[in-house]
Structures are given as C-alpha cells and as structure tokens.
Design a protein around this ligand. Structure first.
Ligand code: FES
Length: 162
C-alpha cells in the first residue's frame, strides 16, 4: 500500500498513545483515508495488521461511519443536508439539481469522477437552510439559483472547497 511517509510517521506516533490498540482503529482509518482518498480492502487489511486485529474489526468501523468511504470519491464531494429545516427549505429539490447537472444519483459518484453526491444530517446551521457542503466549505441558503451557481463553479473548477 502506498502511504506517504508523513502518514506513516503520524500513524507511528498515534498508535502507542492508545493502550488498547483497537481504540486507534478509527483515527487510523481517518489518516489512511486522508492520504489515499478512500479505504480499499487492502487498506482495511493493512490497518488490521498494524493494530494486530482482524480485518472484520476494521470493516465494522468502516461500514458504521458514513464519513469513511470504501470507494474512490469524486474530485468534489457534495453533501446536501436533508434534516427537517433543510428538507422544508427545499433540500431535496436542491439535491435533484445536482443529480441532474452531473448525471449522478445521490449516494454515488459521477462517471467522469467530478462529483460524489450524498445526503448528510443536520450541520447545526438550520437557520440558513438549505445547507450544502462542498468539500469542507459550507454553503447556506442553497435554493435553485444558488445551486445553479455552484454547479457552474464546480464545472469550471472555480468552486471553493475550504
Ligand atoms: S437541518 Fe440542515 S443544517 Fe440543520
């Protein structure tokens, strides 16, 4: 597996901090995903071996936490909040716009690898619904016009993601 030396160094520092190695599993998953973009079977096996656990122990964690990904993600990760305030403010319609613009069903990645689209739960910014995250950047009040603007920016590669 091709982890950067800096990631390996972080892992080497992190693991001894946990008397119970199993507790290091989640942070390790994050570090590996940060480096490789997602957690392949090979990564899961590697993490298990590094922590002297079984791959199933790591798979359970990976499947439990929605932020851990088992498939390569698009260049832009678009996450639409669908909790009550956002839903009432039109989040489903907003999401549909993204689906149509990138020919990409929610929960998947567009064929050209540009966008991964998913629903998320409340971002604690309900007063400014609907909320959409693109990468690490939060966009609020994303109704029809705002969504179209973001779609154009994604297509032109000018959208801010942090
Ligand atoms: S419901 Fe969407 S931010 Fe709270």
């Amino acid at each position: 597996m091709d982890l950067k030396q800096s990631t390996l160094d972080k892992i080497d520092k992190l693991v001894p901090r946990y008397p119970d190695k199993r507790s290091a599993a989640l942070p390790l998953c994050h570090l590996v995903q940060e480096d490789l973009g997602y957690l392949s079977n090979e990564s899961i096996e590697w993490i298990a071996e590094r922590l002297e656990l079984e791959p199933i122990n790591i798979s359970e964690i990976v499947t439990f936490y929605p932020m851990l990904k088992t498939e390569a993600q698009g260049k832009y990760q678009v996450r639409v909040c669908r909790t009550l305030s956002c839903a009432l403010a039109g989040a489903y319609k907003t999401c549909k716009q993204f689906e149509e613009a990138f020919d990409c069903k929610v929960g998947s990645t567009s064929e050209d690898g540009l966008v991964s689209l998913e629903y998320v739960e409340c971002h604690a910014d309900c007063g400014r619904a609907p909320v959409v995250m693109i990468g690490e950047k939060e966009y609020t009040g994303v109704k029809t016009d705002e969504a179209n603007e973001l779609i154009e920016k994604i297509k032109s590669g000018t959208v801010e993601t942090e």
